[in-house]
Design a protein around this ligand. Structure first.
Ligand SMILES: [Zn+2]
Length: 341
């Protein structure tokens, strides 16, 4: 042996030795559990493309969060599906909207739980876009519509304030409008919520991994005259890493308290770049398509679900994610704590 001093496997001999030199850990404290809340009572509607994920009425949401808490989950993020949708997403910023009702119930019934809320319009607009639409500029074909960035900003700020007023611990804008972190920060501060932090979906890539989520949140863009069929005009091109850093830089400058990269696993290089370049806590969102792929392979017996889940989340951490949003949060927490409720 040419280099007998260079034998890393000496430190891999026993689990105790491996633990001693382990560089990254995964704990339930690192996980955020996305939950979908819908109107009604005793509603627990399975999301077909996401086995184990449900659309929950507020009462069922509370029970789900309590079960998660038992397993070790300490943070959730809420997505709302409203009673009714309209062109300007009114349900998003109503004080008695579905998310504020859910926040109030969770703060009362699961004290200690960190309740984050998604701030966006796509679950609330009848066209399914993340902002309000207006006719595209002159010269665009026919009745073409486009998302109006600046008309959307005050609505997002109103939505964030409605969530904060209900007791949300943190708001997380996912719309990808330019300037929305500053608009939301100003709105929160003006309403007296200067202590509510903003987790910005800073680098959110337009791609194919969100399909199952759109079933769960009923937020896919709908077909209609002139309505854009995708979100590529405001979400990022998966090919671009420098643009991702610019997006993060802008959100940091606008006052984001934490920044997120989404999706997670195919974008771990971006997570690492963001983690190295910025000093704010970094989140990775292990999205619905990533969840569905593990579920589908596990259901067929092709992979060991528990091991793949823990490895996947650990690798998100190793890439630099301080926190990971994952539909596997309860499952993973139960594996980590041994509390299988
Ligand atoms: Zn959206």
């Amino acid at each position: 042996m040419a280099f007998p001093q260079d034998r890393p496997r000496r430190l891999r001999r026993t689990e105790a030795l491996r633990s001693l030199v382990r560089e990254t850990t995964l704990s339930p404290d690192d996980l955020v559990w996305p939950l979908f809340v819908v109107p009604g009572e005793r509603v627990r509607r399975p999301v077909k493309s996401m086995p184990g994920v449900f659309q929950l009425s507020v009462d069922e949401l509370v029970a789900e969060a309590q079960a998660g808490w038992q397993a070790g989950v300490r943070s959730v993020i809420l997505f709302g599906v409203p009673e009714a949708k309209d062109a300007v997403g009114s349900g998003a910023y109503a004080d008695d909207g579905i998310v504020p009702r859910a926040v109030r119930a969770l703060k009362e019934r699961v004290p200690g739980l960190v309740v984050m809320t998604d701030v966006c319009l796509c679950e609330y607009t009848d066209h399914g876009h993340c902002g309000v639409l207006r006719p595209a500029r002159v010269g665009a074909p026919g009745a073409a519509l486009t998302v109006d960035n600046d008309l959307t900003l005050p609505l997002l700020a109103k939505e964030a304030v409605a969530h904060a007023r209900a007791g949300a611990d943190l708001v997380a804008p996912s719309d990808m409008m330019d300037g929305r972190v500053a608009a939301i920060r100003a709105g929160l501060d003006a309403a007296g919520f200067d202590d509510v932090p903003i987790l910005s979906y800073a680098a959110k890539f337009a791609g194919a991994f969100y399909g199952p989520f759109r079933d769960a949140a009923e937020s896919a863009p709908r077909e209609g005259p002139g309505v854009p069929t995708d979100r590529k005009a405001y979400q990022m091109d998966p090919a671009n890493w420098r643009e991702a850093l610019r997006e993060v830089e802008l959100d940091v400058a606008e006052g984001a308290d934490l920044v997120m990269v989404k999706p997670a696993v195919p974008y771990l290089d971006i997570v690492r770049l963001v983690r190295d370049r910025f000093l704010l806590p970094t989140a990775a969102y292990h999205v619905s398509g990533e969840y569905a792929m593990i579920k589908a392979a596990a259901e067929r017996g092709w992979i060991d679900e528990d091991r793949v889940v823990l490895e996947t989340l650990l690798c998100c951490r190793r890439a630099g994610a301080d926190l990971v949003l994952t539909y596997y949060a309860r499952h993973a927490a139960a594996l980590l704590t041994g509390n299988r409720a």
